[in-house]
Write a protein that binds this ligand. Structure first.
Ligand SMILES: Cc1ncc(COP(=O)(O)OP(=O)(O)O)c(N)n1
Ligand SMILES: Cc1ncsc1CCOP(=O)(O)O
Ligand SMILES: [Mg+2]
Length: 505
């Protein structure tokens, strides 16, 4: 894949820690091609901002025109604007870009440096509210910026929500409040996201370093670069927070003051990724999230490598596959009343027991509990409605579908027995609301979750099995590669050998 183009519209930081310099480092490190529109030249180092000099309006707009005519962006990050006029002019250009080539736009409303010095003219904030907010997809204020823009000091979870809601009222499509400076959140650095439909709280242990110059710029650029690569916003948020956390841990004290956040590659250590705050957790209760968590972990799998995992829609198929030596499998009957499927589920559970197989029931968790199934597989939409504690307390194993970083991290908090990752390739078996993940992403998920049983699913044909196996994923789930094979028994044996090798029973 060619690098997606990401623009940064921001100020130059002569110290190399923030602004355009941080943005270009970030965009490059995360796989984008960075283009820059310099709004102002700052003379600054690690201790002071000595000068902010706006570039001439003509120089500002000429950069925009030069890029728009040849290098249109998938995503645009806006940082320092030295005053209201440039914000207003930029808003006009963005309106046109949005009409012509729909870039995704994030605004980091830089107004005050971390040293406390003003970076922009006082007319910037009114212009942001009046002109820019309606043209951006996400605004990422810190506590001081949220207070300045909304008039609400974010001194409690309720006030953070109210401040973000005020920005939505002003026309923002989504808000990420950066919690680095929320003093009520104790040892956790909390970020709050809302688009008016849903809210997400992300938590990471607060890092004990003064070397965090450029974190705001870096976070917004990382979000933009992830979105430019088609990551959904919630995945972009967790990835960007991980990028900043790994950079803070590696930050060096260059200069006499706050050193720059470091720019490393794609984050792949789980400890750098944030935790998704869950209803029912201690933090969730503090934040006023309604809901509960299961009281403990689900029954663990006996192995990290579940091997070949056919998903089929009848007891007859299960029997045939068990006869070929398959030992992990799923009964997936869709959209029938419980009474219509109960006999099949009971028969499936008995079959699974007879063959000592890992046999999961899709969707029908009440019947699975009633008939003492080995396990249940549930989707994202089921998490809110199924009685997870009842499934856990009954001793059933639980597999959960996930479709990206955010869902994986959220699902992990429920401590299921395995996580499914999909869909990897286009599939005709199921209408998917998300885009195929592809092998590169699968490889990243596997590296991140290497202590968990993982299952890849979606569009995995016989030919693709070796490529999927190469990612290191412990299990490969498939439907049509078996059910539509010319000779399903032969296909099953071949797939078993490919996926489980010598371990095939
Ligand atoms: C192993 C495995 N992974 C994912 C799915 C999909 O489950 P879900 O999201 O619940 O969708 P439906 O299968 O119910 O359409 C699965 N069944 N198995
Ligand atoms: C149930 C399901 N969940 C995600 S993709 C999928 C279907 C997989 O079927 P196939 O292997 O035929 O693509
Ligand atoms: Mg389901």
């Amino acid at each position: 894949m060619t690098r997606p183009i990401v623009w940064t519209v921001a100020g130059s930081d002569s110290g190399g820690g923030a602004g355009i310099q941080a943005d270009l480092h970030t965009i490059q490190a995360l796989g984008g091609h960075g283009c820059s529109v310099i709004s102002a030249i700052t003379a600054q180092n690690s201790v002071t901002v000595a000068m902010v000099e706006p570039v001439l309006m003509q120089a500002f707009t000429s950069q925009l025109v030069a890029l728009a005519t040849d290098l249109p962006a998938r995503a645009i990050k806006i940082g320092l604007l030295p005053g209201g006029l440039r914000a207003e002019v930029l808003a006009r250009y963005l309106k046109e870009y949005r009409r012509q080539w729909q870039p995704w736009v994030v605004l980091d409303p830089v107004a005050i440096a971390s040293t406390g010095q003003a970076m922009a003219e006082p007319n910037l904030l009114p212009a942001i509210k009046q002109h820019l907010l309606p043209e951006v997809d996400l605004i990422t204020p810190n506590a001081a910026e949220l207070a300045a823009l909304s008039g609400i000091a974010p001194d409690s979870p309720r006030a953070v929500r109210a401040g973000a809601a005020a920005l939505l009222e002003l026309g923002a499509r989504a808000v990420l409040v950066k919690g680095g400076h929320l003093d009520w959140s104790g040892d956790q650095a909390l970020d709050y996201f809302t688009d008016g439909q849903r809210e997400i709280w992300l938590a990471s242990p607060r890092l004990d370093t003064v070397h965090g110059h450029g974190t705001g710029c870096t976070l917004a650029s990382a979000i933009a670069t992830a979105v430019a690569q088609d990551y959904p916003i919630e995945d972009a948020l967790v990835l960007a927070k991980a990028y900043v956390n790994q950079g803070l841990k590696a930050a060096e004290g260059l200069g006499r003051g706050a050193g720059p956040v470091a720019h490393l590659g794609w984050p792949d250590r789980r400890e750098d990724f944030p935790t998704v705050v869950m209803p029912g957790s201690a933090l969730g209760k503090q934040l006023g999230l309604e809901g509960s968590l299961p009281r403990g972990a689900f029954a663990p799998m006996d192995t990290l490598k579940l091997g070949l995992y056919p998903v089929v829609d009848s007891v007859a198929w299960l029997e045939r596959l068990l006869g070929q030596g398959v030992r992990t499998l799923q009964l997936r009957i869709k959209d029938k009343a419980d009474a219509e499927v109960e006999a099949d589920i009971q028969a499936a559970v008995e079959l699974g027991r007879r063959y000592q197989a890992r046999l999961f029931i899709n969707d029908y968790w009440r019947l699975a509990i009633r008939h003492g199934a080995y396990g249940v597989h549930l989707g994202q939409e089921d998490i809110e409605v199924a009685d997870l504690e009842a499934i856990r307390a009954a001793g059933l194993k639980l597999g959960l579908s996930t479709h990206g970083y955010y869902e994986m991290l959220r699902a992990r908090e429920l401590k299921p027995s395995y996580l499914a990752l999909g869909h990897i390739f286009p599939t005709k078996t199921k209408d998917m609301p998300s885009r195929p993940q592809g092998l590169a992403r699968l490889g990243r998920y596997v590296a991140l979750m290497d202590d968990y049983p993982l299952v890849a699913i979606g569009g995995i044909s016989r030919e693709r099995v070796p490529l999927v196996a190469e990612t290191g994923v412990g299990s490969i789930a498939l439907v049509t590669a078996i059910t539509e094979a010319a000779d399903p028994d032969a296909a099953t044996r071949e797939l078993l050998a490919l996926v489980e090798g010598d371990h095939a029973e």
